[in-house]
Write a protein that binds this ligand. Structure first.
Ligand code: C2O
Length: 552
């Protein structure tokens, strides 16, 4: 097999957007960062060198890291951070995965600007319904005029929520609906009659997004690097952490400008005045594919009719329900039909009383925090994986995550108990033996929450066997699980005021982070983790730690 080597230099770079110039953290000075392109089965080695005065780590979002948890990247979970002037080479093999994933920094809010696409070409060529003329990466992000790390610090200091970003971006470009941004507009050329594969990644920190192209439909063919049964849709909903591949056929009659607007805006159910701005770019029909400088059209701009409005839960729900695994002979759906262990987790935003002699700026002058089963996750100052592997006594501190909420209540009703659920700070993890077929029911709670929680599991894909609104019913809801072709993915948007049931084949030894991919929620502690113990055979155990693993 082939080994592909990459060099990442983490460095500051001055970037101007919205007429603000500020140094942003980048890889190799690029924003968005470099695209990694590999083939299924390749060995990958990425040497990351830290050339800044702060610590960093890189995570390969969605890569299974089978037996190589040391290369997963979340700071203080699987490794200590890479210090100033130091290097660490992430080594892993891309086993049985193909499609679009991405990579990002996994410490503080660094992933706002430290991110890029990770593309895996399949071993067996895949037949789409039409030949693909070209591939178009579409990476959504958020731009802040202020330093993002300062925003995180402000949250920690005051207990307040973060400011909204100043712009959403497509491939790092805000587009002309934001001030000073006409020249920073994404324009993609296409030829009439041709079909394109859009590799769409939501790298935004805090928002789920709707995305549509005026007059065009998408055919969804893959999510989180797993093929799906194709279906046609006017738009997509994509949560932070998720990736979606769609086919787009350039089959429209363009007007004289040859331009169609593409647009992304948040999906939020909140009545609060959160950011409802929109990033737009253009699809430009041209006669032959050649590079020419194309100017974006001047205003006014009309948003696509097919772009769902901000509160469109009906569309978001229907879209999620259409996602199905392929479940073909070549790409079977390995959903566990039975389970060995069931865990129920209430995921929630909470308030904490303001400590005496502090001023808190959160809701009701308290501090925001977030929890899973009443534990608000605290990152330790050592690597949990290292403690677990070396069997250090502190490893005990990380076990015994509660398998059901210590204080059950009506999760989706109006319940005053919700504000104070005796949340404890901690770093406890669920421990399961190798090979466990695990079911986790993720139950949202109503208090304070205006949006879905995109829950991401490291080191494993999972199957979304059920989802619904209201309180999960352990007697009735399992009767309606899809155990035939449920979507397989690494990040699931747990419906606001509802639940999602996921099933995992816990076949990857190590310590794995599970968290909300809304960065503000992770900051507040909306995370848990699990340990998959080693199996009976060496091939079921973690490889030894690499020599250059950063020390704490
Ligand atoms: Cu995309 Cu824990 O991360």
């Amino acid at each position: 097999s082939t080994t592909r080597r990459f060099e990442f230099s983490v460095e500051w770079k001055n970037v101007t957007r919205l007429c603000y110039t500020r140094p942003i953290l980048t890889v190799n000075g690029q924003y968005p960062g470099p695209t990694i392109i590999v083939h299924e089965g390749d060995n990958v080695e990425v040497k990351v060198t830290n050339r800044v005065a702060i610590n960093t780590t890189i995570h390969w979002h969605g890569i299974r890291q089978y037996r190589t948890g040391w290369a997963d990247g979340p700071a203080y979970i699987t490794q200590c951070p890479i210090g100033t002037g130091k290097s660490y080479t992430y080594k892993f093999t891309v086993v049985d995965q193909r499609g679009t994933l991405w990579w990002h920094a996994h410490l503080s809010w660094q992933r706002a600007t430290v991110n890029g696409a990770f593309i895996i070409y399949p071993r067996m060529p895949y037949q789409f319904s039409a030949p693909i003329q070209d591939e178009i990466p579409i990476m959504f992000g958020e731009w802040w005029n202020l330093d993002v790390m300062a925003i995180e610090k402000y949250m920690m200091l005051t207990g307040d929520g973060p400011n909204s970003s100043d712009a959403y971006t497509i491939n790092g470009l805000p587009g002309p609906l934001y001030s000073c941004s006409l020249k920073d507009t994404f324009i993609q050329t296409v030829e009439h009659g041709k079909t394109y594969l859009l590799r769409i990644i939501n790298a935004a920190l805090n928002d789920e997004l709707f995305f549509a192209v005026a007059n065009h439909t998408f055919t969804v063919v893959e999510i989180d690097a797993v093929y799906t049964k194709p279906f046609t849709t006017k738009a997509i909903m994509i949560a932070p952490g998720q990736t979606t591949n769609v086919l787009l056929t350039a089959n429209q009659k363009p007007d004289h400008s040859g331009m169609f607007v593409m647009a992304a805006r948040p999906y939020l159910t909140s009545v609060f005045p959160f950011d409802n701005s929109t990033t737009i770019g253009f699809l430009k029909y041209i006669k032959t594919t050649k590079t020419e400088t194309i100017q974006p059209p001047l205003p006014p701009y009309t948003l696509p009719d097919n772009l769902p409005p901000m509160h469109d839960t009906v569309f978001a729900t229907k879209f999620a329900n259409k996602l199905r695994s392929l479940g073909s002979a070549d790409y079977p759906c390995n959903v566990p039909k039975t389970v060995d262990k069931k865990v129920f987790t209430a995921i929630s935003l909470n308030l904490q009383d303001c400590p005496a002699n502090e001023t808190c700026k959160g809701f009701r002058n308290k501090r925001f925090l977030a929890s899973m089963n009443n534990q608000s996750f605290i990152r330790p100052s050592t690597s949990i994986l290292e403690c677990h592997y070396k069997n250090l006594t502190s490893a005990n501190l990380f076990s015994n995550f509660p398998e059901k909420p210590p204080f059950p209540f009506n999760y989706t009703g109006v319940d005053p108990v919700a504000e104070n659920m005796n949340t404890k700070f901690g770093s406890k993890l669920l421990v399961v033996p190798f090979g466990t077929k695990l079911e986790i029911v993720l139950q949202d709670t109503n208090f304070l929450n205006p949006e879905n929680h995109p829950i991401h599991v490291h080191g494993h894909n999972f199957f979304v066997v059920g989802r619904g609104f209201g309180n999960y019913n352990p007697l009735k809801d399992p009767l309606h699980y899809n155990l035939v072709d449920p979507p397989e993915r690494n990040t699931v948007a747990v419906p606001m005021g509802g639940w999602a049931a996921i099933r995992i084949n816990a076949d990857n030894p190590g310590v794995w982070f599970v968290h909300c991919h809304l960065e503000e929620h992770t900051t507040w502690g909306l995370a848990m983790g699990f340990i998959v113990e080693g199996g009976k055979h060496p091939s079921q155990c973690l490889v030894p730690p690499p020599d250059d693993l950063p020390p704490c």
